[in-house]
Design a protein around this ligand. Sequence first.
Ligand code: ADP
Ligand code: MG
Length: 238
Amino acid sequence: MGQIELRQVRKAFGAVEVIKGVDLTIADNEFVIFVGPSGCGKSTLLRLISGLEEATDGAIVIDGEDVTGKPPAERELSMVFQSYALYPHKTVRENMGFALTVARMPKAEIAARVDRAADVLKLEALLDRRPKALSGGQRQRVAIGRAIVREPKAFLFDEPLSNLDAALRVEMRLEIAKLHRRLDATMVYVTHDQVEAMTLADKIVVLQAGRIEQVGAPIDLYMRPANLFVAQFIGSPK
Ligand code: ADP
Ligand code: MG
């Protein structure tokens, strides 16, 4: 399961409120994408879900349980960081299993989970390599593998493809779509790339200045934008 609810979530940094009362339900297995201009609060919202930031007000509920105020480790979510966050001195296998090693999972279980993730991500032949001997796309796959082995309720991605060149970005976009079908997992994904949002999402959440402008399937936003901001951002026909 991986249903995530945000109820009137607010976040202020000092006197400045950057998330201004967000209500949203993300269904189990749904692929939800947050889009909006730089600074609108996408990363903050993701960090509030993950527990890396604490809400100033409102509640975050995962599978019916109020997790507001709980640390990230108790939320059973995996945040996918960009590929440069790999440990350079560890092998692919060690990178993928590291969080489980820290959690003192038995070695055989770690190996089994890493092997399963490597199969899904086509990394079997690369498990003994170190990050510097991998391509950009392979490194990104390892970063995703690290999240998969934790078998989370949901995956949280913050602009995972923004460091990749255009061709690789298209390839990885297809990989992520495949991954979503294969893992049957809830995915919450932040991007400022409209094309990425339109092609990957079951549901797009358009944000502006800490508020939701519109929520809907890509085709709905495209055909029936709620306002000029959404129309211009999504690139709807006039
Ligand atoms: P986005 O990911 O959409 O570009 P962010 O969520 O990173 O936007 O930021 C939203 C707003 O909150 C911005 O104005 C940003 O400067 C501010 N902000 C984010 N994190 C902090 C922080 N730790 N302290 C103060 N302001 C922050
Ligand atoms: Mg951001």
